[in-house]
Design a binder for this molecule. Structure first.
Ligand SMILES: Nc1ncnc2c1ncn2[C@@H]1O[C@H](COP(=O)(O)OP(=O)(O)OP(=O)(O)O)[C@@H](O)[C@H]1O
Length: 216
């Protein structure tokens, strides 16, 4: 069963030509899939629609076998599928790194102690323990990107949607991120302009062109 399936999705921002004009896509457990396409092609829009952060004009989003239409339908989807946004500032909103990483688990009903144990484990796994008590908005761009991934992994999602995860990372951290992501069991849908990163993490790719997906 697909973790997430988009079927004949159509979407236009009001007053603009369609961004998505009949897009269908399935992400299976354990699958690694890249999404390519020029700037403005609609890749981020597609990820947001998959998690119900925007509603399509037509077409169906099905997650874990159930069609999702209303906001309430997507709560479970966003709990089970993690999206790393293109801009970390859309995702980090707590005063400190530890609070940002604990936010998801606390929201899922974990106790304070359980959430703090998850914070330490996830930050340790990502080699970010030194950032634990830092003020989030004072982190560098690359540090923010890695902390954003930590906030998503803390939710123990079944799939990851990654929107330009290497943005702002130096070559060493890009290599480390690649190692970390390759070792994860989760399905990954990767949006990246880096051909090398795509080839190493998710060589199967679909190209978004003129509102449609074609094998690349
Ligand atoms: N809120 C909005 N209102 C109007 N147009 C928007 C809005 N958000 C995005 N767009 C436009 O929709 C198109 C698709 O944007 P989107 O961010 O999905 O593209 P993308 O493929 O992710 O691009 P990039 O590779 O540059 O990140 C672009 O032309 C963008 O300017």
């Amino acid at each position: 069963m697909a973790l997430i399936a988009l079927s004949d999705i159509r979407f236009a921002y009001p007053g603009h030509a369609p961004v998505l004009d009949g897009v269908s896509l399935r992400l299976m457990p354990g699958q690694r899939l890249s999404l390519t396409g020029p700037n403005g092609a609609g890749k981020s829009t597609l990820l947001r629609i998959a998690l119900g952060l925007q509603r399509p004009d037509a077409g169906t989003v099905t997650a874990f076998g159930t069609p999702r239409r209303q906001e309430a339908d997507f709560h479970e989807v966003r709990r089970r599928i993690g999206l790393v946004f293109q801009d970390p500032d859309d995702q980090l909103f707590c005063p400190t790194v530890a609070e940002d990483v604990a936010f998801g688990p606390l929201n899922l009903g974990r106790s304070r102690d359980e959430a703090l144990a998850i914070v330490d484990r996830v930050l340790g796994d990502l080699d970010l323990a030194h950032l634990r008590d830092r003020i989030t908005h004072k982190l560098s761009g690359g540090e923010k990107r890695l902390v954003t991934l930590a906030t998503v992994l803390a939710m123990e999602p079944e799939a990851l949607l990654l929107d330009e995860p290497t943005n702002a990372l130096d070559p060493k951290n890009e290599g480390r991120l690649l190692e970390i992501l390759r070792a994860l069991p989760q399905a990954i849908l990767l949006v990246s302009h880096s051909a090398a990163f795509r080839a190493a993490l998710a060589p199967d790719a679909l190209d978004l062109r003129d509102g449609r997906l074609v094998p690349s």
